[in-house]
Design a protein around this ligand. Sequence first.
Ligand code: DHB
Ligand code: FE
Length: 283
Amino acid sequence: MARITASVYTSHVPAIGAALDMGKTTEPYWQPVFNGYDFSKQWMKNNTPDVIFLVFNDHATAFSLDMIPTFAIGTAGSYQPADEGWGPRPVPVVHGHADLSAHIAHSVIQQDFDLTVVNKMDVDHGLTVPLSLMCGQPQAWPCPVIPFAVNVVQYPVPSGQRCLNLGKAIRKAVESYDQDLKVQIWGTGGMSHQLQGPRAGLINKDFDKAFMDRMIADPEGQAAVPHIDYVREAGSEGIELVMWLIARGAMADLAGGNKPKVVHRFYHVPASNTAVGHLILEN
Ligand code: DHB
Ligand code: FE
């Protein structure tokens, strides 16, 4: 049986990827950001899973206003780093796990979630920056990755409650796979930020810290928070945080098991236009 061993949560700021790719990690502006992931990189080495199920959002890169899937699961054998306007990031190709993807798609759709099945997709900073933060700059990513894209770019976006429930369904899907695999689920994006309009530059540390507290101790309560509260309190792009609830919904305590163990917590402002938040929870 496959099982979810841990969940990882992290911001995906594109400038972090650029800083890494251009060798700026030790500059005074960036050093505190990367220091927050030193523990995480070692933890990843000690706890390398067989597969990462990576919940992220595409930023009008693979999808556009032509086609807006609310939830899309990658079922390909591999995914190329996307060209977001200045060339693809110099990072390894992302290898998938087509068989587990197909199994999860089947199971989750049968549990009444309408997933879009994506057989070909380039992956943008939403997916590659979390991999870089957690794995550094390896020649190849340490394991296969299943990309799971959530629309948080164009309204209407899914509610926190639906995201939490989807995480529970993903857990059931993973646990009904007949190979003995260790699967991590990552929830990415956030934290508070707004990139546009008169409130551009908004960061709300109190909201972010309370969100992280509730992600640990009260995910059901956080799931009840409506999207308009994220927009008002955490800025228009703060809605990316609902993706964390998918990963959190897959943890054991929401299926009657024990509370997760908090193995790492990090928060730092600023990084580009956003706050960087990061948690690692083990089952
Ligand atoms: C920034 C943050 C994001 O989440 C994003 O997708 C693009 C830019 C930023 O802080 O600059
Ligand atoms: Fe983003």
